[in-house]
Ligand binder design. Structure first.
Ligand SMILES: [Fe+2]
Length: 165
């Protein structure tokens, strides 16, 4: 990730799309299916926890889908335009977009903490099954992946743009 700091804006964006956004596009529907399945199958033994996890995951997925749309339909284009033809007006537009995306990232972090709390750090119940195991494993992988994603965007891409001011 350190080597990203010396890359151009377009290169960092390519990196994010290839590594972080493609992961979400692939995994979000799959994890949704898993969360729904364990909620249904383990309704009688873990229903209380899984009702909350199911709801929180739904919020997380919706926020992340907005995140992808905001970046891929607008913000990333604006950053690439700014890179080609820097102007004060375009930088203002970019910074507004960053502000918006950063608020979503805060929401994502809140939901992740909430999922961790609800599941007591992904503790498996005695009635667990391979699908339950796999779902919690995938949720933890998603959590790790999202912290990396947010770090690359905030600390490398957005911070550098903020310093252009
Ligand atoms: Fe992103």
């Amino acid at each position: 990730m350190d080597s990203l700091a010396s890359k151009t804006y377009s290169e960092i964006i390519e990196y994010i799309l290839k590594n972080h956004h493609s992961y979400l596009k692939r995994e979000l529907p799959e994890i949704e299916r898993l969360v729904f399945t364990i909620y249904k199958v383990h309704f009688f033994d873990s229903g209380d926890v899984l009702e909350k996890v199911h709801k929180l995951y739904g919020q997380l997925k919706a926020t992340l889908e907005s995140h992808i749309i905001k970046e891929e339909r607008a913000l990333f284009f604006d950053i690439k335009d700014y890179e080609k033809r820097p102007s004060r007006a375009l930088l203002e537009k970019v910074l507004q977009g960053i502000n918006n995306v950063e608020k979503d990232a805060e929401e994502v972090v809140e939901i992740l903490k909430n999922i961790r709390e609800t599941t007591k750090d992904f503790e498996l119940p005695p009635t667990s099954c391979p699908t339950f195991d796999n779902t919690y494993k995938k949720l933890q992988e998603l959590e790790r992946e999202l912290y990396n994603h947010i770090e690359v965007e905030n600390k490398i891409l957005f911070n550098r743009l903020k310093n252009e001011k």
